[in-house]
Design a protein around this ligand. Sequence first.
Ligand SMILES: CC(C)(COP(=O)(O)OP(=O)(O)OC[C@H]1O[C@@H](n2cnc3c(N)ncnc32)[C@H](O)[C@@H]1OP(=O)(O)O)[C@@H](O)C(=O)NCCC(=O)NCCS
Length: 136
Amino acid sequence: MATHQTDEVTRERVEQGECFVAVADEALCGTILFKEVGRTGGCHWYDRDDVACFGQFAVEPKLQANGLGRRLIALAEARAAATGAREIALDTAESATHLVSWYMRLGYRFIEHAQWTHTNYRSVIMSKTLQRSVIG
Ligand SMILES: CC(C)(COP(=O)(O)OP(=O)(O)OC[C@H]1O[C@@H](n2cnc3c(N)ncnc32)[C@H](O)[C@@H]1OP(=O)(O)O)[C@@H](O)C(=O)NCCC(=O)NCCS
């Protein structure tokens, strides 16, 4: 869904959380939107009071596979821990099996399916438990 949204929709979504950007040579080359507990919603897992999430996640194609995506996720996870969440969740298209596998390698597990009103595909909700040592 985030691949073809208008600037106005991007602005609305960015206002729903904390938007981080990666910049190289003064050019935007990556982004992730972190939403703390209480700002997520729309499915059973996102409605929980201990779940943060991230979305609007992308890296400039020619810079992909260099670890930037992993660093952006680590940033969102750190914000989730710092803001008191027990879990950080994400959703992606069920058909994006390469992404689902990658998120599993990063410690995320399958939670449930979701059917958003604005998409014509089913999504998977995945989540990672934040370590107590990270939560402090
Ligand atoms: C998902 C995305 C943000 C990841 O960013 P990235 O900077 O490439 O991420 P990283 O370099 O940290 O890691 C990418 C992983 O995919 C693997 N990968 C990257 N390109 C690959 C390719 N062509 N074939 C196979 N594996 C590939 C990397 O090896 C790495 O796996 P690892 O961490 O186990 O080594 C980026 O691919 C992207 O912008 N995709 C399009 C938008 C999108 O799908 N966003 C997510 C929506 S839920």
